[in-house]
Design a protein. Structure first.
Length: 337
């Protein structure tokens, strides 16, 4: 399980072989270390003991710290996880040759196909009850698939030469995708369109919060695979920018976060905002629980039904084996519909 602590004033410590969460004199939760996959602290005013950090590092349990909005702040894990050398050397060399082109195209194509498939998933439930929405979603999915096919046909010898054409298709697909999503949302939501940092409306804040949780999983999967989270291909290198994490996250935004958040809204969940303009504790708790539960959802992958968190770890491992020359190509993960 993933342990999420998001209440101001909590102390997270170690008691025997259990993670203990306290607020004042009250014990809120105790969880055995062997049951944990990761610990997520979100918000402010939460403290933790060095004994807990040491125990989690020893057990291979990462601790991720996120802001109230879901923005990643820090991650704590054992330093030996970043001790691999060969994979990182090949990853950096891959940027300058055809391996980088293959990966950049695959990440982008996977993103677009997952956008199209989520729209198809939403459309199939509207075919009988709302023909107009069904057609809008279906047509948008077809348009995005056409852009994904264009990406597949792009030709370049270096990522830098590929990127402008790639980002052009990605941008056009994103505009089409979010326009189609907006058609399905209830009028009272007053959807302004997709906004990233600085979003003020509840839906965009919910999406950003969900992406923050997803980010922590992707970063850890990349690290466990022996890769450098900052050595990406599609995203431009900048100091402090985890480009590879942002590349791989694109394959999982729609199946993990978008499907969850949009589904909650369409089932009547209200995204509550407090007097400071932030998602309320109850809303963040519900979002975290549902997004984390989605990681345990099953998808068909390489001919078998597997949990999404297993698929994520395997995809990161496939990137590593591809750059090391142990795998002929890299194929993006595309969820079913």
């Amino acid at each position: 399980m993933d342990l999420v602590i998001d209440q101001f004033g909590c102390f997270v410590g170690l008691k025997s072989e259990r993670v203990q969460v306290r607020k004042g004199k009250e014990t809120l939760q105790e969880t055995p270390l062997f049951d944990l996959e990761q610990v997520i602290l979100t918000g402010s005013g939460i403290s933790l003991s060095t004994d807990l950090v040491a125990a989690c590092a020893d057990q291979g349990i990462p601790i991720h710290i996120l802001s109230y909005l879901g923005h990643p702040i820090a991650s704590l894990h054992a330093p030996t996880l970043t001790g691999t050398v060969k994979t990182r050397r090949e990853q950096l060399l891959a940027y300058a040759d055809g391996r980088g082109v293959t990966l950049a195209k695959a990440f982008a194509r996977g993103k677009l196909l997952n956008q199209a498939n989520l729209l198809k998933y939403m459309a199939k439930y509207r075919k009988q009850r709302d023909c107009e929405q069904y057609r809008d979603l279906r047509d948008a999915a077809i348009d995005i698939e056409a852009l994904a096919d264009q990406i597949d046909r792009l030709d370049a010898t270096h990522v830098d030469g590929l990127r402008p054409s790639l980002l052009n298709r990605e941008g056009r697909a994103a505009q089409r995708y979010w326009e189609a999503v907006g058609v399905t949302l209830k009028a009272e939501l007053d959807w302004p369109g997709r906004e990233h940092r600085g979003a003020q409306d509840p839906l965009n804040m919910a999406l950003n919060y969900g992406y923050g949780i997803l980010y922590s999983h992707v970063e850890y999967a990349v690290t466990l695979a022996g890769l450098d989270p900052y050595g990406g291909f599609t995203h431009v290198d900048r100091p402090g920018k985890p480009s590879l994490t942002l590349d791989l996250i694109e394959e999982f935004r729609q199946p993990v976060v978008d499907r969850t958040v949009i589904g909650l809204l369409n089932r009547g969940m209200r995204m509550e905002v407090d007097e400071e303009g932030l998602l309320t504790w109850e809303t963040r708790r519900e979002l975290a629980d549902k997004v984390l539960a989605r990681f345990d959802g099953m998808e068909t992958y390489e001919g078998k039904k597997r949990r999404l968190k297993t698929i994520l770890a395997t995809q990161a491992a496939h990137v590593a084996t591809f750059v090391r020359g142990e795998r002929a190509t890299y194929t993006p993960f595309v969820a079913g519909w």
